[in-house]
Design a protein around this ligand. Structure first.
Ligand SMILES: C[S@@+](CC[C@H](N)C(=O)[O-])C[C@H]1O[C@@H](n2cnc3c(N)ncnc32)[C@H](O)[C@@H]1O
Length: 373
């Protein structure tokens, strides 16, 4: 399936912005935030914090269980494609640590996870310690870890993590769009990634596909659309379904996904993301809508086998259940991207602060940072 990023007509174009801020390699431009940005960031944090860990039975009963498994497959493929043994990994918006096992399989050497939601980072801690799943007590993870609770699109992480950097891989799964509420936050997000990755390091991620969302908005009648498992609603200010190219930030919609999300989110026009990332020396390797991603990587036997084991499309045996058409439509709302930090890897440079990580994390080991940093 060929992915298209059609050039919209001038009146509706989401073209790259004229920068209002000059890129500062040290990343110390002062960005002004208004109160509403903070309120929305808090709303997102509270939403995720309130989501408690599910039991295995609850998880399997979820109306989007196959979509969750499909998304885990996509993240696993991205990690297997780009992670190397011994890598230092920075997981931005790590949530409850749902990717810890994937990183363990890739035999990474060090892991730093950051999330704004206190409840999620605490769940991530217990999962790392091997206490989370009472059904399947698993063996300990093989890499040391550090966990941080804070807003990674607001805080200067280059300062917080100066002794831990450089990282070989930065991952931001299903979360980059929370940075797109203002240009300042989008820039902080990319400045953080750029400052902490080594030259040649990789930034992998998944986020909503703005082209698909806007296409669906324009195809439908009102300002809302969806199916049995999700809906998206835009505010009245977008009643003409046009978006100013002069400000491709802060285009808010509400996203509801059964048993998963109920949050304000922001449109990330991908060509703006790409252009802004380039300013921070992060060059695009690829972008693929999830549908294209699935079709492409299901051509490889090792990933077919992984899909069978994860069970996103059923397990190929007695299990008759599979991804529903409505779940497959939700998958279409997302894309995966890979960016590479410009420059040649410096073989003599050793990774910094792995000794800052621990093999068992107490509550006191979580670093709580506020936005003043
Ligand atoms: C859909 S969840 C994805 C979690 C995880 N990356 C995964 O794939 O399982 C989105 C996560 O983004 C986090 N998040 C949202 N805004 C954030 C911010 N400003 N700073 C750090 N984390 C944030 C939420 O708390 C939530 O854990």
């Amino acid at each position: 399936m060929k992915r298209g990023y059609p050039e919209p007509s001038p009146s509706t174009s989401l073209s790259p912005p004229q920068s209002r801020f000059k890129y500062n390699p040290e990343g110390d431009a002062q960005f002004l935030e208004d109160e509403s940005t903070k309120i929305f960031a808090r709303k997102v944090a509270d939403h995720y914090s309130a989501r408690t860990n599910q039991t295995l039975e609850e998880r399997e009963a979820s109306p989007i269980i196959h979509l969750k498994k499909l998304n885990n497959w996509i993240k696993s493929v991205l990690i297997q494609l780009y992670a190397r043994r011994g890598d230092a990994v920075l997981d931005l918006a790590c949530g409850k640590g749902g990717d810890l096992i994937k990183w363990d399989k890739a035999k990474i050497g060090y892991y730093v996870g950051i999330d704004i939601a206190e409840g999620s980072i605490e769940d991530c801690r217990t999962r790392y310690n091997g206490d989370a799943d009472h059904h399947q007590r698993r063996k300990k993870f093989t890499f040391p870890a550090r966990l941080i609770c804070g807003d990674c699109f607001e805080v200067r992480l280059d300062k917080v993590l100066a002794a831990d950097a450089p990282f070989d891989i930065c991952s931001c799964q299903f979360a980059m769009h929370y940075s797109w509420s203002t240009e300042a936050r989008a820039r902080r997000a990319l400045a953080n990634v750029s400052a902490l990755l080594r030259p040649g390091g990789t930034f992998i991620g998944t986020m909503p596909d703005a082209n698909v969302i806007i296409k669906k908005l324009r195809e439908g009648e009102g300002l809302a659309f969806g199916n049995s498992v999700y809906w998206i609603r835009f505010d009245e200010e977008y009643s003409e379904k046009k978006f100013k190219s002069s400000n491709p930030f802060g285009i808010k919609y509400t996203f509801h996904l059964e048993d998963a999300v109920d949050c304000p989110e922001w449109i990330v026009p991908f060509h703006v993301f790409k252009a802004l990332a380039e300013e921070y020396e992060l060059d695009l390797v690829f972008v693929k809508n999830s549908h294209e991603f699935v079709h492409e990587y299901l051509k490889r036997p090792e990933y077919v086998e992984l899909m069978r084991r994860l069970g996103a499309l059923g397990d190929g045996n007695q299990d008759q259940s599979t991804l529903s058409a409505d779940e497959w439509e939700v998958a279409y709302l997302y894309l995966s991207f890979v960016l590479r930090k410009r420059g040649q890897p410096d073989r003599s440079q050793v990774n910094g602060g792995r000794d800052k990580g621990k093999m068992h994390l107490e509550k006191e080991d979580i670093l709580y940072i506020n936005n003043d940093l």
